[in-house]
Write a protein that binds this ligand. Structure first.
Ligand SMILES: [Zn+2]
Length: 177
């Protein structure tokens, strides 16, 4: 009998020495977000993550790996894309502080709290097609596109760099206090 998505996720937790029953909230959250995944390709993606990751992957890693595991139509080329860097997913940055979480809309003058990247939708390029069912297509936030153009790079790289930069600055700030 074919595996269920829950079984696959549970197995992934076991593979990283985490008991899925004590982490049941997290397992449930993974399963909820993965509702659109075909268990056959999900298994391939999870196997790949087990083989290549040192720590329990984040849901985002599963999603990206899943996209790579889905067989593409032979005619469907990977489209070079400066927004999603061929991942097919549009990310942005959220900030979490004591008062809650919110999306940020530009360079932070004085970083504080914790920053994390978040999938807000699929990219409008060809690479986004495999995610369309789970993530409606969205535009990349303008400030990120502008910054990427200024820096001569793609939007996802800007997001990743900004994410680690803000977290480092925020940590430094906290140590000073
Ligand atoms: Zn794209």
């Amino acid at each position: 009998m074919a595996e269920t998505r829950t079984e696959i996720i549970q197995d992934m937790f076991y593979s990283f020495n985490r008991d899925p029953h004590t982490a049941s909230g997290l397992v449930e959250s993974f399963c909820k977000k993965a509702f659109h995944m075909d268990p056959v390709y999900m298994r391939q993606a999870v196997n790949e993550l087990i083989a290549t990751h040192q720590y329990l992957p984040k849901y985002r890693d599963v999603e990206i790996q899943y996209g790579k595991s889905i067989p593409r139509n032979v005619n469907q080329e990977i489209e070079k894309c400066l927004e999603c860097r061929e991942t097919g997913l549009v990310h942005t940055i959220f900030k979490k502080t004591d008062t809650g979480k919110r999306e940020i809309y530009g360079l932070e003058q004085s970083p504080s709290g914790m920053y994390y990247t978040f999938i807000i939708g699929s990219c409008k390029c060809l690479n986004g097609n495999v995610y369309r069912q789970a993530h409606p297509s969205v535009d990349m936030p303008k400030w990120i596109t502008r910054l990427a153009q200024q820096k001569g790079t793609d939007c996802l790289t800007v997001i990743e760099k900004m994410h680690s930069y803000c977290n480092e600055r925020s940590r430094e700030q906290k140590e000073k206090e």
